[in-house]
Design a protein around this ligand. Structure first.
Ligand code: NAP
Length: 213
């Protein structure tokens, strides 16, 4: 599968590592092209089955699955820049729209979510929520406490969710479909809770949300 990751930061790296390990061809775009190049070099040096290519900022998006590995406020700019190219594609929203002043609430209205807002902005794309409950550090290793990471996935388009699930599974993680895109609200609140627990646990963003049954 060809996967484009827009944003070569912590999560771009974590998801990129899993995607290359799973044999995918990864395109990396960042507003700082040097960051995309450095990450592509790192991913290509891992010996995974896939490969990584750095594209220039504003380049044509080639992936069938496009991961917006950006902070919530940056999504608007990315949609303005890449929106027309995202038509017909699966677009993955990984954001936790946290209030960065208080870190105790989300900035989105109670009756919506970052993912639903993105879907409104991209009516011709299939928006899927995923990866917002998995920290970058744990994605890099692919597991926590010797167990596969669970990646919770929400979306309205079954085929699009299937592509994201295949990306997750190929990278050695466990996909869990939680329902329609409306469930992104709950996933974003779970993401906030998980972030807020880091101080209490002293876990330094190395913990994982895991389901057992
Ligand atoms: N970190 C985690 O463990 C974690 C876990 C779950 C979910 N998330 C979510 O994942 C998202 C990304 O987090 P992160 O920690 O990876 O952030 P990050 O390390 O800051 O990475 C974001 C990258 O995107 C770049 N960027 C910003 N606007 C852009 C644009 N318009 N076009 C292209 N590139 C752009 C940034 O460049 P600059 O450096 O110049 O700003 C930066 O390199 C956030 O929404 C966060 O809530 C993070």
């Amino acid at each position: 599968m060809k996967v484009t990751i827009i944003g070569a930061g912590n999560m771009g790296r974590g998801i990129g590592l899993r995607a290359v390990a799973g044999g995918n061809d990864v395109e990396l775009i960042d507003r700082n092209p040097e960051d995309a190049r450095a990450l592509a070099d790192e991913l290509n040096g891992t010996g995974g089955g896939g490969s990584a290519t750095a594209l220039a900022s504003g380049a044509e998006v080639g992936g069938d699955v496009v991961v917006l590995a950006l902070y919530y406020p940056a999504q608007e700019q990315a949609v303005a820049q890449y929106g027309p190219q995202l038509r017909g594609k699966t677009v993955v929203d990984i954001s936790n729209p946290v209030d960065f002043e208080t870190f105790d609430r989300l900035v989105t209205p109670a009756d919506s979510s970052a993912a639903e807002e993105l879907a409104e902005r991209l009516p011709d794309s299939s928006v899927v929520k995923a990866f917002n409950t998995t920290f970058a550090k744990t994605l890099a290793g692919g597991e926590t406490a010797g167990q596969k990471l669970d990646v919770l996935i929400a979306g309205d388009d079954e085929e699009a969710k299937g592509k994201v699930a295949a990306l997750v599974e190929g990278g050695g993680l466990r996909p869990i479909d939680v329902g329609t895109l409306r469930w992104a609200r709950q996933l974003e609140h779970l993401g906030l809770l998980h972030i807020s627990l880091q101080n209490r646990l002293g876990s330094g963003f190395t913990s994982a949300v895991k389901l057992h049954w």
